[in-house]
Ligand binder design. Sequence first.
Ligand SMILES: Cc1cc2nc3c(=O)[nH]c(=O)nc-3n(C[C@H](O)[C@H](O)[C@H](O)COP(=O)(O)OP(=O)(O)OC[C@H]3O[C@@H](n4cnc5c(N)ncnc54)[C@H](O)[C@@H]3O)c2cc1C
Length: 368
Amino acid sequence: MLRDAVRSLAEAKIAPYAAAVDEEARFPQEALDALTANDLHAVHVPEEYGGAGADALATVIVIEEVARACASSSLIPAVNKLGSLPVILSGSEELKKKYMTPLAKGDGMFSYCLSEPDAGSDAAGMKTKAVRDGDFWVLNGVKRWITNAGVSEYYTVMAVTDPSRRSKGISAFVVEKSDEGVSFGAPEKKLGIKGSPTREVYLDNVRIPADRMIGAEGTGFATAMKTLDHTRITIAAQALGIAQGALDYAKGYVKERKQFGKPIADFQGIQFMLADMAMKIEAARQLTYAAAAKSERGDSDLTFQGAAAKCFASDVAMEVTTDAVQLLGGYGYTRDYPVERMMRDAKITQIYEGTNQVQRIVMARNLP
Ligand SMILES: Cc1cc2nc3c(=O)[nH]c(=O)nc-3n(C[C@H](O)[C@H](O)[C@H](O)COP(=O)(O)OP(=O)(O)OC[C@H]3O[C@@H](n4cnc5c(N)ncnc54)[C@H](O)[C@@H]3O)c2cc1C
């Protein structure tokens, strides 16, 4: 029922704008409005804070179905989970009440600020600093590649509080867009997910109350990594949705397009490609849903499984979307058809929340 409901909504209210959102590199406001009106913008927020209380699998299905229509728009529910999960996992009850309630209501989105210009795969090498000053912390630094920066009201920011302890000297904080000293860089000009704003976040002497720290001092990096264990599965879902969208489009096209006097779908070479695409998508789906169940239960092998789902599904998304372009021939290579957008959008799923090389490092360190 959930899948059918999200699919109908995405087809009616999100898909019609996907090409324009990409072409104009603009925020998908129509998608945010439609998702918020239907309580699908941050489905993971627990019911006690006014949220929909969706479990990890339901959240995955929402993201998958939105991504099938528009990958940029799927970053609304996905990054709302990424940004707020540190608070849900490690924050005080007061912090949860204060920030999950407006998120659930649709009054403010959440972003996640881990990466920096010189700290990507090696995120623990970050330089952003937080220094204690009485009942306050003062933050200074630059966060890079922040999804929905400028649009979001709330930012989970990881910052160094004890430089001598590397990852154990990093703490997490909630920073608000309206805090004095917060500003944003120009939107990045990207290959894909052009509707999703990616900007730098500048923290210039941002003075915040001490109770905005998420969990205890020095636990921010552990919280950030624990968050990724759960949210990499949402990137797998996004990849899965993009791949499914490309397969569905190609499936229709090959039945219409005629060459040599018959629909190209009649050629075995084409049929074999479609069979491989569907087989890979289904394998990615099973891995992703199994990982979602592990996320919900908090299984001990979640780290491996989350990395495996993200890595596998994103590689599948890249292969399937490339094949979809191939199936449309020259037409597939143009912006008159959606598959080239899907191919460009798929690429990011191999890069963010840890590149697929990093996923392989994570898997190797956590072999089942
Ligand atoms: C559109 C977009 C949105 C993003 N959104 C966010 C966000 O909301 N919040 C956030 O915090 N970050 C975000 N990111 C950042 C993203 O997570 C990083 O770009 C990613 O982790 C890679 O870091 P890097 O770009 O610095 O690449 P680098 O770390 O410089 O990597 C360069 C290459 O080296 C490889 N490499 C690095 N180390 C190793 C190793 N040990 N072994 C093998 N290969 C290695 C990498 O796999 C990659 O191929 C986003 C990025 C993009 C592009």
